[in-house]
Design a protein around this ligand. Structure first.
Ligand SMILES: [Ca+2]
Length: 326
């Protein structure tokens, strides 16, 4: 974790929300890549071990709840008929899940995926690596890139989201939040943030951002200033570090953990870990497990079906999945 105490003082005095994770996260340990740090401490994001430096320069990687809710596994049945879920509220995720593959779609195997969202039948994707980063609109069925705009060579694309028709994209250590046109993806302007930018998503009234630590910042949709901080801990009060790509779904935020084939669902009001999703069964043949260049790193919720589209860095497949209680 990168100096969390420092960030407390600097960014959010009096606003920090410290919450103990409510759900057991025991499944995390079984999904660790070989040689990683224990369980919920995943690969840390210190300068010494940041994703950028775990690889060669050219190919560096970036690398709640209502426990009585028994309806959380019902997404599949509602999703498969494609109608009931279209207007339904997202199913709240509580407990432990695995993934069930509904369909497989092509994904550009050169896309170092850093952010993924579905908007009006198009996938918004951010890709990383210096000199190769882009923001894209992608056909979610064919995987074809419909529109793309490159970033400057010195900027490394990270989390991406859309709010009121404008696209927002993080640039890892560059500290620049790019604002872009929602159709053509042309840059409209920029804002700034301190520290590293990893994942990004939007609720109705706030941005949620990760930075590789176990903290999520809640930010103003107008100024991007920090309004609050969630500190994410497991059931043993250990930090769940390396929170990476995010997806805001209802009153939860889903985060895939860098270096682990695991997604956690976090209560946006308390920071409690409501659910743990084991996605380790998904890796395509071209994405060797344990290689951080091929980390699971893309979550897009499909409100029309209640399913999720999941992919990873350099994966050749996007999986449409439902989450199944385990
Ligand atoms: Ca996402």
């Amino acid at each position: 974790m990168i100096g969390s105490a420092w960030r407390w003082r600097r960014f959010a005095p009096g606003l920090l929300i410290v919450v103990l994770g409510a759900a057991a996260c025991t499944s995390l340990s079984s999904d660790e890549p070989a040689g990683s740090t224990p369980a919920t401490t995943a690969p840390e994001s210190t300068d010494e071990t940041s994703p950028d430096q775990t690889n060669t320069d050219e190919t560096s990687t970036d690398q709640g709840s209502d426990p009585t809710d028994t309806t959380s596994a019902d997404t599949t049945s509602r999703a498969e008929d494609g109608t009931a879920a279209a207007t339904a509220e997202p199913t709240r995720l509580v407990g432990d899940y695995t993934v069930q593959i509904i369909s497989e779609r092509p994904h550009d195997p050169t896309a170092f995926t850093q952010g993924l969202e579905l908007h009006d039948g198009r996938l918004l994707e951010s890709t990383g690596l210096f000199g190769e980063s882009e923001r894209r609109w992608v056909d979610p069925q064919s995987g074809d890139v419909l529109t793309s705009t490159p970033l400057a060579d010195e900027e490394f694309g990270e989390g991406i989201t859309m709010y009121e028709g404008t696209v927002y994209q993080l640039t890892w250590k560059a500290g620049r939040l790019i604002l872009a046109d929602g159709d053509e993806l042309a840059e409209l302007g920029s804002n700034s943030y301190d520290g590293e930018g990893w994942g990004l998503c939007t609720t109705d009234d706030q941005f949620v951002m990760s930075n590789g630590s176990n903290e999520l910042t809640l930010r103003s949709p107008d100024t991007f200033e920090i309004m609050g901080v969630l500190t994410i801990l497991d059931a043993n009060q250990n930090p769940i570090t390396a929170l990476n790509e995010l997806e805001c779904v209802g009153d939860q935020v889903l985060a895939n953990i860098w270096g682990l084939d695991v997604i956690v669902a976090i209560d946006l009001s308390t920071g409690a870990v409501d659910a743990v999703i084991d996605a380790s069964s998904l890796r395509p043949a071209n994405a060797p497990s344990g290689d951080l260049n091929f980390a699971l790193n893309g979550i897009a919720y499909d409100a029309a079906t209640g399913n999720y589209l999941l992919t990873g860095k350099l994966w050749d497949t996007i999986y449409e999945v439902s989450f199944v209680s385990s």
